[in-house]
Design a binder for this molecule. Structure first.
Ligand SMILES: [Zn+2]
Length: 159
């Protein structure tokens, strides 16, 4: 019998008889949640990115690539974290979106794709199919000036 099977058997024996299956599941889920909080890692990455962003030492392309590298092994946690944010009040203010948005503006040379204007530019989601992983699906994003943007929907329903 492998070591872990032994340990598991002892753990199962230690469960009191009067506990329900549901309670066992809840206890295990709670233990897993406490031990392994990948979302915390994302928060720490975001804090680091925020500090680099505020230092103004990096251009949009460098910041974008830094983001890319830091989150690459935590994509599930990233997507979960982002999807939990309220779209307007939290996501649009997040360091994640700031970095992606700045990069898209830079990539499109600070010009509206429809009229070529450079005033009051917005980075617009063409769709929200990859919300939380925008940095991997740059074709979902585009640059529109405020006037052109008004012709489009303004985003998903507020939470
Ligand atoms: Zn325009």
């Amino acid at each position: 019998m492998a070591q872990w099977e032994n340990t598991l058997e002892q753990a199962v024996k230690a469960i009191p008889d009067n506990i329900t299956a549901n309670e066992i599941i809840q206890r295990v889920m709670k233990a897993i949640k406490l031990r392994d909080k990948p979302v915390d890692k994302i928060e720490r990455i975001f804090q680091g990115l925020q500090a680099e962003y505020e230092s103004k030492k990096h251009d949009p392309s460098d910041m974008f690539h830094l983001l890319h590298i830091l989150v690459t092994n935590h994509l599930n946690a990233l997507e979960t974290h982002i999807k939990d944010l309220k779209y307007k009040d939290e996501f649009l203010q997040s360091i994640y979106w700031k970095i992606v948005r700045d990069y898209i503006l830079w990539k499109y040379r600070y010009k509206c794709i429809l009229c070529g204007g450079g005033k009051k530019l917005n980075v617009h989601h063409k769709n929200y199919n990859h919300h939380g992983l925008e940095h991997l699906y740059l074709d979902d994003l585009t640059v529109l000036c405020e006037d052109c943007h008004k012709q489009y929907s303004l985003g998903p329903k507020e939470k």
